[in-house]
Design a protein around this ligand. Structure first.
Ligand SMILES: *[C@@H]1O[C@H](CO)[C@@H](O)[C@H](O)[C@H]1NC(C)=O
Ligand SMILES: *[C@@H]1O[C@H](CO)[C@@H](O)[C@H](O)[C@H]1NC(C)=O
Ligand SMILES: *[C@@H]1O[C@H](CO)[C@@H](O)[C@H](O)[C@H]1NC(C)=O
Ligand SMILES: *[C@@H]1O[C@H](CO)[C@@H](O)[C@H](O)[C@H]1NC(C)=O
Ligand SMILES: *[C@@H]1O[C@H](CO)[C@@H](O)[C@H](O)[C@H]1NC(C)=O
Ligand SMILES: *[C@@H]1O[C@H](CO)[C@@H](O)[C@H](O)[C@H]1NC(C)=O
Length: 742
């Protein structure tokens, strides 16, 4: 009795599935549209005769898989792009038809001759897990909208004409397991963020124009295949995880740093490090790695002795030792045709004693080995550089007394703005320092107290006898002028006091012996000892600010800049504020440490260097007209780092990151959060995050006139703080209670 019933149920189920498996009308139409746009390729000819597309038998060139009446897999494999697509082919129309398949999980469009940039609406294929568009003529950057494919596991772009860099934001696709960008026109260096793709199994970047240091990949525990062949990576061997199966570094610029641990990569089957500039001893233990089958070290400068009785892994099938500086005798396990193995081994161009392949005389390898075993270039230089290039200020030519009187008078005349007085109240009064005091504070300007230097100035760290930490900027004056020439500037400096600025405590003047003028000015500043804002946002280690503290920090920076603009007349603009120059005090309040000090601007021309480094567009006139907006741009860059939690070091990155934010603002809450610093992405309320992103993007507008005013920024940041408060019910005790609006 039970049996027929069960059968009945199964049968019903089958019929139901079958019925609902009929492809939806909209998807049917899209498929026909795609057929038309591709110019009726033979791969799709079955569409002309099939009654139900979901029933079409898969072939090597066309496979369709449906579920519940929707296409979940689509594979179209062309014939090397032949016949070619019509002249009026539109990649946009093509993708517009494609994105109708909203349940699509797997998409292969291979060898179809598709050309043009991948359109942004690829981001609508939100279910996509595998995307393979190999062997087409796609060009342009890898589109940012790929970021919206939250389920993407495999991204294969091999054999196309993609340009630009390997995008750093790939690291925010949480499930990526395969990245393959072989044979494209990608350039630049790799983003460090690749080192955080925990699930990555395959990384193939061969045949591109990539260069520089390969980021540390040792944390990628699942990585099995790394192929970087035919690029310009180097010179240091990358940090790698132990479970690698295939490692190909062939034809790059690697030279040094093969780690001993390589000898413990027990799963390694293929190791190809040929055609690089590797120097140093070859480790024969590589021959006996337990899984090794393929070893190519040819075309390097490996040295060392091989012995006949060295052992090899029994499965080893291919060894190429050609063109190195090896001496001794080929291990018998590598002699082809020996009964021990059926290995194919090449070893010409060394100095081995075997004579069936062409060898150099032993002296040749000996001499070359001596030549390459000197310390790799660069390392030696660095060491010398660190010590001797640091100039101690000459201290012979000093008389200090003349100045004290002048300065005291000057300061008594100075009219400080009331707010300056209020905010600077906790600071000791501005004063003149004696050089002896500064020497004592810095152990006679010991190099260990040097924090940084430019061509005309050094920054030292010190501690006064009363225990106060100070920073001393030592400025060498280009022109010898009298103290009076600096009175105005020093007076101004003495007034720049604000709780979000590192303020000057005083100064000390160094005179020429013949009294012909001032040769050096020491400016003494308060010192905020708890590192920089960057340390608390994007440094690899250490305590990180929470979302509320980050908004508070941004407000602090904006207030500091507002004071520079409006707290005195004339205002101080173009401060070139960088996150690494924003210091943190004991209470994690921010203090801007490097602003456009009048003396510095005059002496070393900071202003002009700012123009070239932070102005994307605009004439000199524009520059002057919107002088307050350059600092706004710099605030934008700091906001970027605060939101993303990654260092923004290069000017050219900013554009791409701004686009990233712009796209994220229009996507949903989850998408938006996914690009945010993982440390805070769960804490921030969506409205707060969106507000921060929007103000950041506005600050980074190319045209200064489009950037918000500093007051606008403050309003917006405080709004972001409030909605965060409401959203989380947190009390934002880290924001000062007096965040009064301007
Ligand atoms: C392309 O041109 C053909 C005729 O050459 C025309 O039939 C077709 O509609 C055009 N396609 C598009 C997308 O404009
Ligand atoms: C991409 O698809 C083509 C055609 O199916 C296949 O030959 C190729 O191996 C795929 N590439 C990767 C990296 O999976
Ligand atoms: C792709 O790039 C190659 C090499 O730069 C170039 O020769 C070729 O014309 C490009 N093809 C297309 C369709 O852009
Ligand atoms: C071995 O390496 C040399 C130098 O890189 C190369 O010329 C030769 O073709 C290689 N042999 C094989 C069989 O790959
Ligand atoms: C290999 O041979 C060398 C001399 O040719 C000898 O000193 C060494 O002990 C041998 N090693 C093994 C493991 O047999
Ligand atoms: C700031 O630095 C001081 C001294 O280095 C340290 O004792 C204190 O814990 C730090 N405070 C914070 C909040 O990191």
């Amino acid at each position: 009795m039970a049996k027929p019933l069960l059968l009945h149920i199964l049968l019903m189920g089958f019929l139901l599935v079958n019925l609902s498996n009929q492809l939806q009308l909209s998807e049917t139409k899209s498929l026909l549209k795609i057929q038309e746009l591709l110019n009726n390729p033979s791969a799709l000819s079955s569409l002309n005769i099939a009654r139900d597309f979901c029933e079409i038998e898969p072939t090597s060139s066309f496979t369709l898989v449906c579920y519940d009446g929707a296409i979940t897999q689509l594979h179209i494999i062309g014939n090397n792009g032949f016949p070619s697509l019509p002249q009026n082919f539109s990649i946009h129309s093509f993708f517009s038809a494609l994105v109708e398949f909203s349940s699509l999980k797997v998409l292969s469009l291979v060898s179809l001759g598709l050309w043009g940039p991948v359109p942004g609406n690829v981001g609508h294929l939100s279910s996509l897990e595998i995307l393979n568009v190999s062997s087409n003529y796609f060009n342009g950057d890898i589109p940012l909208e790929i970021l919206l494919l939250r389920n993407l596991q495999t991204l294969v772009l091999d054999h196309n004409n993609f340009t630009g860099q390997v995008p750093f934001w790939l690291s925010s696709l949480p499930f990526l397991t395969v990245l393959s960008f072989k044979h494209n026109l990608l350039s630049g260096s790799l983003p460090n963020s690749l080192g955080t793709l925990q699930n990555l199994r395959v990384l193939t970047l061969s045949e591109n124009y990539l260069f520089g240091q390969v980021p540390d990949l040792s944390k990628l525990r699942n990585l099995q295949v790394l192929d970087l062949e035919d690029n310009k990576f180097g010179p240091h061997f990358p940090g790698l995880p132990r479970k690698l199966v295939t490692l190909v570094l062939r034809n790059n610029k690697f030279r040094v740093g093969i780690p001993e641990e390589l000898g413990s990569f027990y799963l390694l089957q293929k190791l190809d490090i040929s055609l690089n500039g590797f120097v140093g001893p070859f480790s024969p233990s590589l021959l006996s790695l337990p899984s090794i089958r393929y070893l190519d070290i040819s075309g390097n400068k490996f040295t060392g002795v091989l012995l006949q009785n060295m052992s090899c892994n029994a499965d080893i099938a291919f060894v190429n030792l050609t063109s190195n500086y090896l001496v001794g005798k080929l291990p018998s396990c590598l002699v082809s045709g020996s009964k021990e193995s059926r290995v194919v081994a090449m070893y010409s161009g060394n100095c081995l004693s075997n004579d069936d392949e062409k060898q150099h005389p032993a002296e040749f390898c000996h001499n070359e080995a001596l030549a390459v075993e000197v310390m790799p270039r660069g390392e030696k230089h660095k060491r010398i550089y660190g010590k001797d290039n640091v100039k101690k200020p000459s201290t012979r030519l000093i008389t200090e007394s003349a100045l004290t009187v002048n300065t005291a008078k000057m300061l008594s005349n100075a009219k400080c703005i009331s707010e300056t007085m209020k905010l600077g109240a906790a600071l000791p009064a501005y004063r003149t320092f004696a050089l002896e005091e500064l020497k004592e504070a810095t152990n006679n300007f010991d190099t260990s107290t040097l924090m940084g230097e430019t061509s005309n100035s050094q920054m030292y760290r010190g501690k006064l006898s009363d225990g106060t930490f100070i920073a001393i900027r030592s400025l060498r004056m280009k022109k010898r002028r009298s103290p009076q020439a600096y009175t105005h500037h020093l007076e101004l400096i003495s007034k720049i006091r604000h709780c979000h600025l590192v303020s000057a405590l005083g100064h000390c003047l160094e005179f020429q012996l013949d009294d012909s003028g001032i040769s050096r000015i020491f400016l003494v500043f308060e010192f905020a000892p708890n590192g920089t804002l960057r340390d608390f946002i994007s440094a690899p280690r250490g305590q990180k600010l929470n979302w509320g503290q980050r908004i508070a920090a941004a407000i602090g920076v904006a207030k500091g800049i507002q004071f520079l603009h409006t707290g005195m007349v004339p205002g101080i603009y173009s401060n070139n504020v960088k996150i690494k120059n924003v210091l943190m005090d004991h209470n994690l309040h921010v203090k801007i440490s490097s602003y456009n000090l009048p003396l510095l601007a005059e002496n070393i021309g900071t202003v002009s260097s700012v123009v070239s480094s932070t102005t994307p567009k605009g004439s000199t006139q524009d520059w002057e007209r919107h002088e307050d907006k350059h600092d706004v741009y710099d605030i934008g860059v700091i906001l970027l780092e605060i939101i993303l939690g990654r260092p923004v070091v290069f000017y050219h990155e900013v554009g791409a990151l701004k686009d990233l934010l712009r796209v994220s603002i229009t996507t949903d809450d989850t998408g938006r959060r996914s690009i945010v610093d993982p440390v805070v992405h769960k804490q921030c309320s969506d409205e707060s995050l969106k507000t921060m992103m929007e103000i950041c993007v506005r600050c980074l507008s190319n045209e200064p006139v489009d950037r918000p005013s500093i007051e606008d920024i403050l309003w917006t940041l405080q709004f972001a703080a409030q909605v965060q408060d409401l959203g989380t019910g947190d009390s934002m005790n880290s924001i000062e209670s007096h965040v009064s609006l301007p």
